[in-house]
Design a binder for this molecule. Sequence first.
Ligand SMILES: *Cc1c(COP(=O)(O)O)cnc(C)c1O
Length: 273
Amino acid sequence: MTEIICSPVYVHHKGAVPFLVSATSGTTVPGAFDPLEAIADVCQHHGLWLHVDVAWGGSVLLSQTHRHLLAGIQRADSVAWNPHKLLCTSQQCSALLLRDTSNLLKRCHGSQASYLFQQDKFYHVALDRGDKVVQCGRRVDCLKLWLMWKAQGGQGLQRRVDQAFALAWYLVEELKKREGFELVMEPEFVNVCFWFVPPSLQGKKESPDYSERLSKVAPILKECMVRKGSMMIGYQPHGTWSNFFRMVVANPALTRADMDFLLSQLEQLGQDL
Ligand SMILES: *Cc1c(COP(=O)(O)O)cnc(C)c1O
């Protein structure tokens, strides 16, 4: 949708006028953060709604050390955040937060069903939440976040985020020390994207079938680790990059020893590829 709306050709021929910019804080694969201040300036200048997809990266705000990655987020008109990702609130827990104070959600989604939401009750009906939410008759997912926040405290959640960053950086440092690993890019977040390059492909970057052969490595290793029952790490291609692993360091129970295990395990499973 963004592509269609942003295309100058489309705007020209159909008379369409852009009304919304959707930025991302913490993209799913590389874990990249858009420059929100600069984007917000453009939105402000043109009167555009700024939505920021913080599904993955929003939890970084809980860390005093890393929250600068979302600088400018306070200028967004809406954000969508998934505490069930980096904060590990049990699945599922998603929030749509709006700057709007005019009851926009209720005006757009409220059904005013008289068989459900009686207005002539003995207490103040503003307390009823059923007609104010998108999900209506679904479970109250935010309760899990509230309980977790109460139990862990802001400090506890901050620790969770900071620990994830620290472990991701540890993994990166260790990975650079080993021959068979190559970073796809220096991570901005806790997504560590890398190739495992088996002995038979090391130093062969110039050969014409390098990319094709490298793209077969991750699926085979994934099969090996799943069959062995030792690890689960996702992989994917991205643009012109062939299949690479994406280790997402979010589980607060992970330790440095797990990172070492991960690297050794890949070396072991991939030594004959
Ligand atoms: C996970 C993710 C989503 C999808 O979130 P859902 O709540 O499952 O729809 C959207 N955007 C980003 C950047 C994500 O990482």
